[in-house]
Design a protein around this ligand. Structure first.
Ligand code: MRU
Length: 353
């Protein structure tokens, strides 16, 4: 018999004209919410990874647009549109890879286009951002059920980065599938890569799984080959930052290596992402912009330099897994097995744009 799906964390909330973000740079040692009232500091929060994960970035940016409208109203900025458009441009420049950011800002632009006054814009953007947040959680729950149904009971799963409540409005994408599978007793063990260099796995995924009562074993990415070779893992379950029209998938650096290992050792690779992560404008993964991050993230640990003095670092935040290494892409509208251009195109008509 399955138990209720554990799910207690909500990283983004908007109350009384303020956006509150759980500061993911501090977890797991400190659980602190920061408050935001201006859109420029929201853009900085996305860039600095106070909030991260593709869907969470998009929802946060949407609330950033709400704050831009509120400021224009409170400061009596006339005309009000240029300041809101400038805020949208700044939010769009915060991080380049996750397409959910641009998807969310496009939705806000469409809402603004229909508004005749700043008061109307404040109300309409707030309603849209709140709807986006609630729809994300609902989509994650649907993906959890669809993905869990594909997992035959009795084996372990391995995940990478953090794709949970912290990376979304709540519940999570790949981690949502893992939550649902755990509740249905489908999986025996959960393994999570520590996910160098930012340690989303050991700091965030482990924190949120344990808070919700799901045991987890961490491993260095270098241990994944041995784990997969042992045959304990049935599925590698990951999220996505941007899926091209042919199914090529950008996700946290290291995902491509895991995909090769999964294929070599007979484990399945499941990518779990909402339709807002599919970029139908990009033909294949070669056109996905890959964010390069600071060398210091690789050269140090916890703010302390560990690399030999003088060493430089190469630090791409994401890599692209070719579609032919992916067994299934799970979306809230259903699963696409052996994804390709035709399989994904069938979903296109269902995209809420
Ligand atoms: O750099 P991050 O932490 O924002 O990267 C996050 C990931 O790569 C996630 O796997 C992806 O955004 C999906 S989150 C549901």
């Amino acid at each position: 018999m399955s138990s209720p799906v554990p799910d207690t964390i909500r990283p983004i909330r908007f109350d009384d004209g303020r956006l509150h973000l759980l500061d993911q740079r501090l977890l797991p040692s400190e659980s602190r919410e920061n408050g935001y009232e201006d859109p420029a500091s929201v853009a900085d929060a996305i860039r600095d990874m106070v909030v991260r994960g593709a869907p969470a970035i998009g929802i946060t940016a949407a609330f950033g647009v709400v704050l831009a409208c509120d400021r224009a109203r409170d400061r009596n900025t006339a005309p009000w549109r240029p300041s809101v458009e400038a805020a949208i441009d700044r939010l769009a420049a915060s991080r380049p890879t996750a397409v959910n950011l641009f998807w969310a800002l496009d939705r806000m632009r469409a809402v603004l286009a229909g508004c005749g006054s700043v008061a109307e814009a404040c109300a309409a953007t707030l309603a849209e951002a709140q709807a986006m947040l609630q729809a994300d959680i609902a989509a994650n729950r649907r993906m959890g059920a669809i993905g869990a149904a594909l997992i035959d009971p009795g084996r372990a799963v391995l995940t990478h980065c953090n794709t949970g409540s912290l990376a979304t409005g709540g519940f999570g994408t790949a981690l949502g599938v893992i939550r649902a599978s755990w509740a249905e007793d489908r999986i025996t063990e959960v393994f999570a890569d520590e996910t160098r260099p930012w340690l989303q796995g050991s700091r965030l995924t482990a924190w949120e799984l344990l808070r919700d009562g799901i045991p987890v074993q961490l491993l260095c990415e270098g241990a994944a080959a041995s784990l997969l070779r042992s045959g304990r893992v049935g599925w590698v379950v990951v999220g996505a930052d941007r899926i091209a029209a042919n199914g090529d998938t950008a996700n946290k650096i290291g995902t491509y290596g895991l995909a090769l290992l999964a294929r070599a050792h007979g484990a399945g690779l499941m990518v779990v992402a909402p339709l807002s992560t599919i970029d139908f404008e990009i033909a294949d993964g070669s056109a996905i912009p890959i964010e390069m991050r600071a060398e210091a993230e690789v050269l140090g640990l916890g703010g302390q330099r560990v690399a030999a003095p003088g060493a430089r670092a190469w630090n791409p935040a994401f890599d692209v897994t070719p579609a032919d290494l992916i067994d299934v892409i799970v979306t809230e509208q259903g699963a696409v097995h052996r994804p390709d251009r035709e399989g994904l195109a069938a979903l296109r008509g269902l995209v809420d744009r």
